[in-house]
Design a protein around this ligand. Structure first.
Ligand code: FES
Length: 254
């Protein structure tokens, strides 16, 4: 059993590239600190989330966990929120004698500056840029067409919804849409950053009705696919109404 663990915390994206890069870093670190459990996790836009990775560390017996953010540049607000998230996680695991700490931001490390100097001084990097310049930037004709669709579904993949399990929920929901033959036909799915009401997450919005669905999980997703997309009926158990205008934004003059 490994008593110490390191969680490399990255940021996700719309392709597999962040997962592939993070997996490469995890593998590299595993070979170097063999007496530690090493896992990767994502702040947003991908899974596993940080709470999921911390759960896995604790379940495997690790009692000292170091979280290392590996994204650049650092975001101070995000960093403050990650500390809160970890505090909440530790409160839920009180009595288990698990301690979590967070390393300083990667962007503050001198090695980053050295890496940038090395890359910028490498003549091969310049060759790569000159190859890219010759490419057409028109893209495929399809990128100029708004696809036909009946519903537009915005799924939040911001940090807080990710920590609340949106990754698993959206994978399940999109799988259901695929099975029903609705994905990217009746229902055009777009994944977004934070949509604002984080405490109600995972959050998604369905247009043209503008229905906000909150607290989404797998069973809620099943109901929205069957009732809203299948029959045009809003699933009121999960639908929330936007606050009146006056309550939403603080008065900038006050
Ligand atoms: S992270 Fe989803 S609403 Fe803020």
């Amino acid at each position: 059993m490994k008593r110490h663990a390191v969680v490399l915390l990255g940021r996700g994206g719309y392709s597999d590239a962040p997962k592939v890069q993070l997996a490469g870093l995890v593998k590299r670190l595993e070979c170097t600190i063999t007496d530690n459990l090493v896992l990767g996790a994502f702040v947003d836009q991908a899974t596993p989330s940080l709470p999921q990775a911390l759960d896995e560390c604790a379940e495997s017996g690790a009692r000292r966990i170091l979280v290392v953010p590996v994204y650049v540049p650092d975001d101070r607000n995000l960093g403050a929120w990650i500390l809160k998230l970890i505090k909440r996680w530790m409160a839920n695991h009180a009595g288990e004698d698990v301690h979590v700490s967070v390393s300083r931001p990667l962007g503050d490390h001198e090695a980053i500056a050295e890496a940038v100097v090395q890359i910028a001084s490498d003549p091969v990097s310049g060759d790569h840029v000159s190859q890219v310049v010759g490419l057409s930037d028109n893209g495929e004709p399809g990128w100029s067409v708004i696809p036909p669709h009946k519903y537009h579904l915005l799924q939040c993949r911001g940090p807080r919804c990710t920590a609340r399990g949106s990754g698993d929920t959206w994978d399940h929901l999109n799988g259901r849409l695929q099975d029903e033959g609705m994905l990217d036909k009746d229902v055009l799915v777009a994944q977004t950053g934070c949509l604002y009401p984080c405490n109600l997450g995972p959050v998604m919005v369905v247009y043209p009705e503008g229905v906000w669905y909150c607290g989404m999980d797998r069973s809620a997703a099943d109901r929205v696919v069957g009732e809203h997309f299948g029959k045009g009926q809003v699933v009121s158990d999960y639908a929330r109404t936007p606050a009146p205008q006056a309550q939403r934004m603080p008065d900038p003059s006050s």
